[in-house]
Write a new protein. Structure first.
Length: 490
């Protein structure tokens, strides 16, 4: 069988020589304070938590744990910068700062990519080729809008909101920070941002960029910490808008605490996207799309193609080719340029994923994992697929956020569509077919914010992003993303 021959060729034959990115060009401090009013300051109470490298379980640095008082200091600095400087500055001048930030990020791209992979576990190829260039691209893109806001909203007067609180997750740490900060600043707001607990390091490096770019003190403040630090931002009375990206569970808590206030909000939450392969699709390309859709970034992607819906007549072929391809994926050192699948971000996330592997098997699905070896230290999950699953199974309905794919089949377009829409989520989806008409039909009827045709997981700052149903509220990115940071007056 071809699966076995591939295994033989890869596992018993030659291997790539290790090609690790060096770490001698980066500097990680032993302790990081909070970035408030343009400087790094100690937290009010002397409390720090460790950030570890999930590939080795070794500590990288100690990060300040911000209290409610620290959040208040940050909001006050943001308010002062808003009234005193930023809201008075012309759009053209705000744009100059954003361009400068983007250029410094590009100059420091190698350092950022290395730290992102060390701290978060993602393969260096991804942080180098996707996360960091896209983060800089968001600053470039929104820099261009800063002096053109009135053209984005004809016959309306766009007015900034004030102080914006932003809370982000660990799966794309720097990219999420850029995605949130760039449009907020372009629209004339000031910011208090909290990165995720396990991945604060590139946010601290980004703070250095703001300082080096000469951004006026207080325009962006970064407070590190855990859930309660995030909650203190959400509940602060002088915050005008909350932008949150994270789990649906925390999104609901935030939505409840904002109900009845006049704070604006956007919520970018979880997903359970269907990748739909029709029999007339280019199968080999579709298999690459499936691999990219779910194994990319260890499946730590809100819009991951975590469900595969494949038309029955090609299901055997697709699954066979997918298993062959899985055998060639290299899992291991995130800093190695050959690595396809890096480390799971934290012990807690690995536990969640493993609990779903047990749930899937207990539900009667058949599990298949690739045969590759994994390092002894660190948090790892081999690429995994489940076949023989049914629509009501938890592994089909719930977000796993790991390299785990649930595979189902369908016969007609309508059946594929019904199954695709039958989850509480609606963030993204993918359609693979040779027929343009099928693409249009499916994309109109799949209830999801982003749908890719004959590709998957492609991102661009010019394109809006956001969810239907439990995947969120509002849109970020592109011109739509400006509206989320403005009041439009007549
Ligand atoms: P999470 O647990 O919801 O955490 C997200 C952020 O919120 C973190 O900074 C977290 O701090 C903070 N937080 C936790 N409890 C809070 C509270 N009560 N009030 C305010 N903030 C609070 O999500 P995650 O595990 O980091 O990220 C994975 C989730 O994000 C997945 O569900 C994924 O689908 C979703 N996601 C969505 C998108 C999108 O665009 N739709 C993009 C990326 C990820 P700690 O880190 O200290 O817990
Ligand atoms: Mg870490």
């Amino acid at each position: 069988m071809s699966t076995d021959s591939t295994k033989l060729a890869f596992n018993d034959g030659w291997q790539y020589a290790p090609a690790p990115e060096s770490t001698d060009h980066i500097q990680i401090d032993d302790h990081y304070g909070l970035f408030i009013n343009g400087e790094f300051v100690a937290p009010e109470i002397d409390r720090y938590f460790e950030s570890i490298n999930p590939a080795t379980e070794k500590p990288l640095s100690n990060i300040a744990l911000a209290s409610e008082k620290d959040v208040d200091r940050a909001v006050k600095a943001a308010r002062k910068a808003y009234t005193g400087v930023w809201s008075k500055m012309s759009g053209a001048d705000r744009g100059k700062y954003l361009f400068r930030i983007a250029r410094i990020m590009q100059e420091r791209a190698r350092e950022f990519a290395t730290i992102e992979s060390l701290d978060g576990g993602k393969p260096i190829r991804e942080s180098r080729d996707i996360d960091i260039p896209l983060a800089a691209a968001h600053f470039f893109y929104y820099a261009g809008w800063a002096d053109k806001l009135e053209y984005a909203f004809p016959a309306r007067t766009p007015v900034s909101l004030g102080v914006v609180g932003q809370i982000i997750p660990w799966n794309f740490p720097l990219l999420m920070a850029a995605w949130k900060i760039a449009p907020a600043l372009a629209c004339g707001n000031t910011v208090v941002l909290k990165p995720a607990e396990t991945t604060s390091l590139t946010a601290m490096k980004l703070a250095e960029v703001f300082r080096d770019a000469g951004l006026p003190p207080g325009v962006v403040n970064i407070v590190t910490g855990a859930g309660p630090t995030g909650a203190a931002i959400v509940n602060h009375l002088d915050v005008n808008k909350v932008a949150f990206t994270g789990s649906t569970e925390v999104g609901k808590i935030i939505q409840r605490s904002l109900a009845g206030t006049d704070k604006k909000y956007t919520l970018e939450l979880g997903g359970k996207a269907a990748n739909i392969i029709f029999a007339d699709a280019a199968i080999d390309e579709a298999v690459e799309g499936i691999v990219n859709g779910i194994f990319f970034n260890q499946g730590h992607v809100c819009c991951a193609g975590s469900r595969l819906l494949v038309q029955e007549s090609v299901a055997d072929e697709v699954v066979r080719k997918l298993r062959d391809r899985m055998e060639t994926l290299i899992i291991g050192d995130p800093l190695d340029k050959n690595t396809d699948i890096g480390a799971i971000n934290s012990a807690g996330q690995l536990e969640t994923i493993e609990s779903y592997l047990s749930i899937g098997q207990a539900e009667g699905a058949e599990m298949y994992q690739s045969d590759c070896s994994v390092p002894d230290q660190g948090y790892w999950c081999r690429p995994t697929i489940f076949t023989g699953v049914s629509q009501s199974n938890r592994i089909v309905q719930e977000e796993i956020f790991g390299p785990v794919l649930a595979i189902q089949t369908f016969r007609t377009l309508e059946e594929g569509l019904t199954k695709a829409n039958n989850t509480p989520y609606g963030l993204s989806g993918g359609v693979w077919t040779d027929k343009g008409s099928k693409v249009f039909k499916m994309t109109q009827k799949i209830r999801a914010g982003v749908i890719w045709a004959n590709t998957f997981n492609k991102f661009d700052p010019t394109s809006p992003f956001g969810g239907y149903k439990e995947s969120g509220v509002g849109r970020e990115g592109g011109m739509h993303g400006l509206g989320a940071y403005l009041k439009l007056e007549a």
